[in-house]
Design a protein around this ligand. Structure first.
Ligand SMILES: NC(=O)c1ccc[n+]([C@@H]2O[C@H](COP(=O)([O-])OP(=O)(O)OC[C@H]3O[C@@H](n4cnc5c(N)ncnc54)[C@H](O)[C@@H]3O)[C@@H](O)[C@H]2O)c1
Length: 462
């Protein structure tokens, strides 16, 4: 069994069941404050001098940029200096939220040329991640780059090269990889809680207009308040100003990456972190545009099937991913890791382990045999498998994150910790591309109606 130490597993099971065969279902609070979590920020108790302050800027102050900035500023010793955005209303809002002292600009290069800015949060639409990310690294800035790391497969290696060459901290913003909840699943998996893994299923469903990316348009949106040409840059076709494309960019392949780049990517990064996996070697997807026919050119339902090859950290297994933006049951998101002896589910902030061993006695199906043969069969069966109290019901255990736990705060703590102490981040550019790669290939498979083979080690289409 790969990655499976029999002693660890026995210890874990003992702990899990407390020695009883049928365990009850106690809920164990997960403790925020594991090493590296924001509650244990290494410099939290230290006095931070002006010289030690990390000065940041945010490029792209939309929904995520503002959220990321607010989170980053909760870390001691971090100061916001500037923001760049292409819609004037967001620059006004940034001053309302973060104070009049910050610089606001439409031109992000004015931020990159400032010597007093150490790090940038990059939260523009996906099509500009590689352009701005690479320029920022070249300008000597640490970069917290929102997911997906890149918009196109071809951009992945350039971003990795730029991050390596700069020697600056580069973290991709899939915050789940810093979550204490995912850390618990990783610990359980490694302790052998479910035996040998064979299948994972993950879903991320929604049932609202906002969830399906029909974001509100500001009443003053116009070519005067929006810098349309900078938005297109040389990364998207030159077309006339279109507020829908600017404010609802996710709905168009020219700027976004569909449900796969937007949401599958979180699922890939989460499970790669848990399994120490480099990714799948075969990708196939299907789906369709079922409901949100608002001019978008991406599907609103997508299902993916992925083959993961055996590696040192996990056996070969199959994965299914699903996003459904028209989920009449109300939506929701969850993971299920299935192994020979049990399953781990992750729903919201709760991890549940459920274990059921395969019975030794195989059971029988003899009702179609003549009566005499049934009797003969049963006699030898009962002799071979005498009735023993077996673990007949699954035993269950739950772990729960503290109320209000915020994995993004831990992810930022990890980013700034790396800048201060020169430690490794959880999600560097290679990790980021190994999550973005299969997500982007999911789109390739969908649009080209083909199966895509991927080399997860070399990060290349085969
Ligand atoms: N980690 C997460 O959970 C998470 C959640 C949501 C979004 N995201 C990612 O964050 C990024 C932004 O998403 P969002 O929902 O905030 O979108 P958004 O449309 O709300 O914000 C994007 C902002 O970028 C600005 N922008 C565009 N081009 C720019 C440029 N050249 N210079 C400066 N600003 C520019 C736009 O004006 C807009 O305000 C996306 O890559 C998205 O995938 C991550």
């Amino acid at each position: 069994m790969s990655n499976f130490n029999e002693k660890n597993r026995r210890d874990f099971i003992k702990k899990l069941t407390g020695g009883a065969l049928l365990a009850a279902s106690p809920v164990n609070p997960l403790l925020a404050g594991r090493p590296g979590s924001a509650q244990e920020i290494p410099w939290a108790g230290k006095k931070i001098t002006a010289n030690d302050t990390i000065q940041i800027a945010c490029i792209g102050t939309g929904i995520m940029g503002m959220g990321d900035t607010r989170t980053a500023l909760k870390i001691p010793g971090v100061k916001l200096m500037a923001v760049a955005d292409l819609y004037d209303g967001r620059l006004v809002r940034a001053k309302e939220l973060f104070g009049n002292d910050i610089q606001t600009t439409r031109d992000y290069s004015q931020i990159l040329s400032r010597k007093d800015i150490d790090a940038i949060i990059l939260a523009t639409p996906d099509h500009l991640h590689s352009q701005i990310g690479i320029e920022a690294l070249k300008a000597g800035k640490a970069v917290y780059c929102e997911k997906p790391m890149v918009h196109k497969i071809e951009q992945g290696h350039d971003m990795i090269k730029a991050a390596k060459a700069s020697k600056k901290t580069f973290q991709v913003g899939s915050q789940r990889v810093s979550s204490i909840i995912y850390a618990k699943v990783k610990e359980l998996y490694k302790a052998g809680a479910i035996g040998e893994l064979n299948f994972i299923e993950v879903y991320y469903d929604r049932h609202s207009a906002q969830g399906a990316w029909q974001y509100s348009l500001p009443p003053d949106a116009s070519p005067a308040t929006v810098d349309w040409n900078r938005f297109l840059s040389d990364k998207a076709p030159k077309i006339a100003y279109d507020p829908l494309r600017f404010f609802r960019w996710r709905n168009y392949q020219d700027y976004g990456t569909g449900v796969a780049g937007d949401l599958f990517v979180h699922l890939f990064s989460g499970l790669h972190y848990i399994l120490d996996s480099k990714g799948p070697n075969r990708v196939m997807t299907s789906g369709g545009l079922r409901y949100w026919k608002d001019g978008r050119d991406v599907p609103d339902v997508m299902v993916g099937i992925y083959d993961y090859p055996k590696t040192a950290s996990h056996p070969a297994f199959n994965l299914t991913l699903r996003v459904n933006f028209v989920d009449g049951s109300g939506g929701g998101s969850g993971f299920r890791f299935v192994g020979t002896d049990g399953q781990i589910t992750l729903l919201g902030d709760t991890v549940t382990v459920k274990r059921k061993k395969m019975p030794i006695a195989p059971g029988y199906s003899i009702s179609t045999f003549p009566k005499a043969l049934q009797d003969q069969f049963l006699a030898s069966y009962n002799e071979k498998y005498p009735v023993k109290p077996e673990m007949s019901e699954p035993d269950t255990e739950e772990y729960k994150a503290p109320e209000g736990y915020d994995d993004r705060l831990d992810h930022f703590a990890n980013f700034f910790d790396s800048m201060r102490n020169n430690t490794k981040v959880v999600e560097d550019a290679e990790f980021g591309f190994r999550a973005a790669g299969p997500a982007l290939l999911s789109n390739k498979s969908y649009f080209e109606k083909t199966i895509v083979n991927w080399d997860p080690e070399a990060m290349k289409i085969v």
